[in-house]
Ligand binder design. Structure first.
Ligand code: NI
Length: 245
């Protein structure tokens, strides 16, 4: 049930039985030579909508403007500062809690969102939160590993690009036909949660925008399988979350 497609009467009725809501969070940033700028937002929104349908949950509009300062040297990226994003999330939670939505599940699609969302959530001791990225459930992780192994990488991943291909554009690989530079285990660990450096250095280090991800392995059929797995995983995890288990 989509909040933006519901009337206030319908929301009032929903609130009689549930205080739960799913909020998808993405980004507006470069995703390499064959990934669209909205990739993170598109993936999170689609999985949230599908998962919410299965779980009969309410789903909020996607938060697509988020922090991505390290990608600002790539045209098309729009980055919101962490304090502003955090403040916006605080006010969104206030709004939801005001209406009795006190079980809030963030379905994330962009690593850099997690820390500011966690900080925002810490202001609300009486609201229950879950913050999970769509790729992090066991079943989706296993599927990504089977499909791409280490070539999943960190950014412009074949899995996220497969999802955008399944529901939208398929772009020819061009220079992304060749695999990117392989990341070391140490790099992956140090840069988890999109802890990348200054924009100029980031583009110099990853000139085509891929960070260890072999985007050209993406296929629309993979995207369908990933969407199915991720939306079922979300619905199941959401059910556990709202049951307070
Ligand atoms: Ni992404």
């Amino acid at each position: 049930m989509r909040l933006d497609q519901s009337t206030w009467y319908e929301i009032e009725t929903y609130l009689e039985n549930s205080g739960g809501i799913i909020i998808p969070t993405g980004s507006t940033e470069q995703h390499g030579p064959m990934g669209v700028i909205g990739t993170d937002a598109i993936c999170a929104e689609e999985i949230a909508n599908r998962g919410a349908k299965i779980a009969k949950a309410l789903v909020a509009p996607v938060l697509a403007y988020t922090p991505a300062p390290f990608n600002m040297d790539f045209p098309g990226t729009i980055s919101i500062s962490e304090p502003l994003f955090e403040a916006m999330v605080v006010e969104i939670i206030e709004g939801l809690a005001h209406h009795g939505l006190s079980q809030i599940y963030f379905l994330n699609g962009h690593g850099a969102n997690i820390a500011p969302i966690e900080r925002a959530a810490s202001h609300f001791p009486n609201v229950q939160f879950k913050i999970a990225s769509w790729w992090s459930s066991d079943v989706v992780n296993k599927l990504r590993q089977e499909l791409y192994g280490d070539w999943e990488g960190m950014h412009a991943t074949p899995s996220e690009i497969s999802i955008t291909q399944a529901i939208g554009r398929k772009i020819k690989p061009g220079i992304a036909k060749e695999p990117p530079e392989k990341l070391s285990a140490n790099f992956t660990k140090q840069h988890a949660g999109d802890r990348h450096g200054e924009a100029g250095d980031h583009r110099k280090q990853f000139p085509d925008g891929r960070v260890g991800s072999h985007s050209a392995l993406a296929k629309a059929e993979h995207g369908q399988a990933l969407l199915d797995a991720a939306s079922v995983a979300l619905a199941e995890d959401y059910a556990v979350f709202v049951a307070g288990e």
